[in-house]
Design a protein around this ligand. Structure first.
Ligand SMILES: Nc1ncnc2c1ncn2[C@@H]1O[C@H](COP(=O)(O)OP(=O)(O)OP(=O)(O)O)[C@@H](O)[C@H]1O
Length: 359
């Protein structure tokens, strides 16, 4: 296992970028901790595969370095990187048994038969295939085959990292939850450094210790799921994570007050002079509707019952805003005002979170 250092790493497929917008992966420096589980999360085309391919050795970056531990692997081929990979579609040897498939990476490295047996059985137990070890892979479902791929990715203890590229794509929706949970358990048990690419926030948030959120070739935040929820570092993180996403409204901010469409809203922090486009961001979980002010005058368009809570959909000045009413919380018939918990109001300048000072 190893920590992974991305040192001024950037990539431009066309070569010779004239400005930052020309990069498909904008230059960045990050250190990813040894033994942690990371998810690379972002919409299609944001650069997840580009970054994963640079880490796996399929692509040499146009700038910067990748280090596994202290070793510079920027130009090392995949085979020399000591990594395991699990892809979108199962890669299994149909004519081999489940046992032999799982044993393959270890036998390939000439591990002792007794050690192979211990590891194969431990992994098979974790992926729920312990009683099917003698079956040929050929007759198995896509789910079971992908479990073998996941197991094979985990079977070696000495890899620097395990890379997963949307590994649950072919899995039946009801099985996804089970496999995600198993992956998490495998990580707890074996402690590998893991990097898991997905565009699905539920997968990322349930699997990872740290989620690396990407947008438009840029890492916009690396944080624990709770941090992404409570303090989105960028408005994109606020929109992309959460259901519905964060409410974002243009504002003027002065000291510890925000002014939105002529209404004053108190903030829990104090801000200096801000430049660029200033916005406030508030999660619907920290918004509520009321019949009277203070707050923002809104038109409620509908109330959706989504099981554990209700989502109140409203608009203000043509902008959609949402509030979540938790179980037991009432939604007044004639609600016309939207209120925010001041401590949950984040302030952004040109999309980026402004920290502010305690008021
Ligand atoms: N070989 C290539 N040559 C030129 N541009 C490329 C190449 N591969 C990817 N790109 C571009 O780089 C950007 C990032 O693509 P990338 O595949 O890394 O995104 P992604 O987040 O993995 O998307 P997806 O989830 O759809 O796979 C996109 O604009 C894409 O069109």
């Amino acid at each position: 296992m190893a920590k992974i250092t991305l040192d001024n790493l950037g990539h431009c497929y066309g070569g010779r970028p004239a400005n930052r917008d020309d990069y498909q992966l904008k230059p960045m420096s990050h250190v990813w901790e040894d033994g942690a589980a990371y998810a690379l999360l972002g919409p299609s085309g944001c650069g997840k595969s580009t970054l994963l391919n640079i880490i796996s050795g399929l692509l040499i970056p146009s700038e910067g370095r990748v280090l596994f531990g202290e070793q510079d692997v920027t130009r090392a081929p995949t085979a020399k990187r000591n990594i395991a990979q699990v892809f979108q579609f199962p890669v299994v040897y149909d004519t081999m048994t489940v046992y032999d498939n799982l044993a393959f990476p270890l036998r390939n490295r000439r591990a002792a038969a007794r050690y192979v047996d211990i590891r194969v059985k431990a992994v098979a137990e974790m992926i729920g295939l312990a009683d099917r070890l003698d079956e040929r892979a050929q007759g198995l479902t896509a789910d079971a085959k992908q479990k073998i791929s996941l197991g094979r990715g985990m079977v070696r203890e000495d890899v620097s990292a395990i890379l997963f590229d949307e590994p649950l794509t072919v899995i039946d929706p009801h099985m996804k939850w089970e496999l995600r949970t198993q992956l998490k358990a495998l990580h707890r048990e074996f402690g590998h450094t893991m990097i898991y690419v997905t565009h699905d926030q539920t997968e990322a948030l349930t699997f990872a210790d740290k989620v690396v959120v990407m947008s438009d070739g840029e890492v916009v935040q690396v944080g624990a799921p709770a941090e992404l929820f409570e303090r989105p570092a960028h408005t994109f993180v606020g929109y992309f994570i959460g259901s519905p996403g964060m409410n974002v409204l243009d504002a003027e901010v002065e000291g510890s007050m925000a002014h939105v469409m002529g209404c004053a809203l108190p903030l829990a922090r104090r801000y200096g002079r801000l430049s660029g486009r200033v916005q406030i961001g508030v999660r619907p979980e920290f918004a509520s509707v009321a019949e009277t002010g203070p707050g923002l005058p809104v038109s409620v368009t509908r109330v959706e019952d989504v099981g554990r809570h209700r989502v109140v959909r409203a608009t203000i000045g043509g902008v959609e805003v949402n509030a979540i009413a938790q179980e037991g919380q009432s939604v007044p018939e004639n609600a016309e005002w939207l209120r925010f918990a001041p401590e949950a109001v984040n302030v952004y300048a040109d999309g980026w979170l402004v920290e502010g000072e305690a008021a």
